[in-house]
Design a protein around this ligand. Structure first.
Ligand code: WT7
Length: 561
């Protein structure tokens, strides 16, 4: 296929009005936007909610929630009162600055409120993905010895309390809580709707997300309140959020996209955020866009590919004329999808690149720039990117190597929880360059072309899956002797999880056994981590010295067929 470049479309964009292409940009330019500019003391929750009320925008809709049978809205003032009540309940039950508060809830305003309430009193919030099962929940809370959890009675089945000894207090959003649990919704009804903001330092902890690498269990990436600088600014320039926008980010806050661009960035910019509670289907998604009059939409390539595969017939039933800006993140955006967007939506789809560790977008297609399909775009203002070889030397345009970002930027992670060594591993060539773990090349104009990962990390539907976590679960099954897990290329999901297993003596391969093993991972860890394909082998390829399974070898074999 020949790639055709897409020039910017006419329109008035924030970035065009505020920055000239090529002009150097200093993040300090953003500081006066915030209340802490003078005091030096900061709180993300204040800047997301209270500030808008203080500035007279309390009547504006902050959250617009939909599900199959519910619809609910909160103005900024209503959201403020609710956040205040919840933060008072949390405080009454002993939550203080620096405590970890995990939030395990579906896509619902309660999830936003819980997060903002915990942050308001200085706690570090740990959103957990709604599809996590027992093991995934346990590993994460145990790793940082979390004491507080906000969840609901449905999700509680997946919280194995005896195995999470640090857990002191469980809040549920049901109006009746059982045992020693606390109904946060019930107590909030009685609580004061005024609350003190706990002012913290720019570098104090804000949120923790567990993320996978190729080895070991997921690591806790901790971000700080200073992130708001870049999250506000990318919301303004990359998402092009303007006062009257209705914005929808399809990710759950358990993934960093859902937290940063589903909760913080839109609220920092004072727009209306759509929250959609139903599962994906082309009809329900188009319906949300139409019914909520979404103007800016941030989603992922797998979702666009599914809509594309669903065909024009469904699309034709809906009026999507409110839509003006569409963005994508998380996995490679195929040129075909961009061409589909041009035809079907009559809009460009703007790819963006970042990672859990980077805290905000770093490379993007700004609305004012030409899009080269196949490229993720160029570094945003204030960010410098290069490609390094194995020795850490810069490579010329066209040559593939390690994608590197010049440090530092406002939203770079603060730390990897209790793992200084892991933090340092992102800087193998010294402090100057952060190494993403992605392989890429730049063209003459500085456009970045993603070429894959340099490690074994799996990316399925934009969800980052560590093979080790899946292997650890698989090996717990009594029939499994040895295991190696890889990402296998897939036309819709980018990659699927594929497991190679050797069986213990006494077990025979059968469709039932493989299904049982798959369900074992699905119900123990998470649906997205369960292998879609399992292949039984006599033996797995291993390194001679350490006996480690060679995933690379498995990948090669898989390709060869
Ligand atoms: C990895 C980070 C925070 C964004 C959501 C994923 C891959 C991310 C793109 C893109 C190709 C992408 C990279 C990256 N990735 N965006 N536009 N094109 N690949 O965050 O779970 O921390 O994963 O996702 O491999 O390293 P994450």
């Amino acid at each position: 296929m020949t790639t055709k470049i897409l020039p910017p479309r006419l329109g008035s964009y924030n970035v065009a009005e505020e920055w000239m292409e090529g002009e150097t940009f200093n993040w300090e330019r953003v500081h006066p936007v915030f209340t802490w500019y003078e005091s030096g003391k900061v709180n993300m929750s204040y800047e997301c909610v209270d500030r808008h009320v203080d500035e007279g925008k309390g009547d504006k809709i902050a959250l617009h929630y939909f599900s199959e049978n519910e619809e609910e809205t909160y103005t900024y003032e209503e959201l403020q009162r609710e956040v205040n009540r919840w933060s008072n309940v949390l405080k009454d039950h002993g939550v203080t600055k620096g405590d970890f508060v995990f939030v395990f809830l579906p896509k619902h305003p309660h999830c936003h409120i819980a997060m903002l309430a915990a942050i308001k009193i200085g706690a570090v919030v740990g959103p957990l993905f709604e599809a996590f099962m027992e093991e995934a929940v346990k590993d994460r809370i145990n790793d940082c010895e979390g004491e507080f959890l906000i969840t609901n009675s449905k999700f509680l089945d997946r919280v194995n309390r005896p195995e999470i000894p640090s857990l002191k207090t469980v809040f549920t959003t049901d109006l009746e809580a059982s045992g020693s649990d606390i109904s946060i919704t019930k107590e909030a009804k009685e609580a004061d709707d005024q609350a003190e903001t706990v002012w913290v330092d720019l570098d104090d902890g804000l949120n923790i997300h567990y993320t996978s690498g190729s080895t070991g269990k997921p690591k806790g990436i901790i971000h700080a309140h200073r992130n708001m600088i870049q999250q506000y600014q990318t919301g303004r320039w990359v998402l092009d959020l303007k006062e009257d926008d209705v914005y929808w980010c399809t990710a759950h806050p358990g993934w960093v996209t859902g937290t940063v661009y589903g909760v913080f960035a839109p609220l920092l910019n004072g727009v209306t955020t759509v929250i959609h509670g139903s599962r994906f289907s082309a009809d329900s998604w188009y319906q949300v866009l139409e019914q909520a009059q979404v103007s800016v939409w941030y989603s992922a390539p797998t979702a666009f590919r599914m809509l594309m595969a669903n065909g024009d017939k469904t699309l034709e039933k809906y009026d999507l004329s409110s839509l003006r800006h569409v963005l994508s993140v998380g996995e490679p955006l195929n040129p075909e999808v961009i061409y589909w967007g041009e035809k079907a939506l009559d809009l460009r789809i703007h790819d963006t690149w970042w990672m859990t560790e980077t805290g905000a977008q770093l490379v993007a297609n700004l609305p004012t720039r030409t899009i080269k399909p196949g490229s993720m775009g160029r570094p945003i203002p204030g960010i410098e990117v290069t490609v390094l070889d194995e020795e850490g030397d810069e490579l010329p345009a066209g040559e593939t190597g390690h994608l590197a970002i010049k440090s530092s930027w406002p939203s770079l992670m603060k730390e990897v929880w209790k793992n200084e060594e892991k933090f340092k591993s992102y800087f193998p060539y010294g402090e100057k360059w952060y190494i993403a773990g992605d392989l890429a090349y730049l063209d003459e104009e500085g456009y970045v072309f993603f070429q894959g990962r340099s490690d074994d990390m799996i990316n399925s539907s934009g969800e980052r899956i560590g093979p080790f976590e899946v292997e650890s679960k698989l090996i717990e099954h009594e029939a499994v002797k040895e295991v190696g897990v890889i990402g296998k290329p897939d036309p819709v999901r980018g990659e699927i999880v594929k497991a190679f297993i050797a069986l213990n003596e006494g077990y025979e391969e059968s469709a039932e056994l493989l299904e049982e093993i798959r369900l074992f991972v699905r119900s123990g860890l998470a649906a997205h981590a369960a292998p879609k394909e399992i292949e039984v082998v006599d033996e797995l390829p291993k390194t001679q010295i350490s006996g480690k399974v060679l995933r690379r070898e498995l990948k090669k074999r898989d390709k060869a067929g």
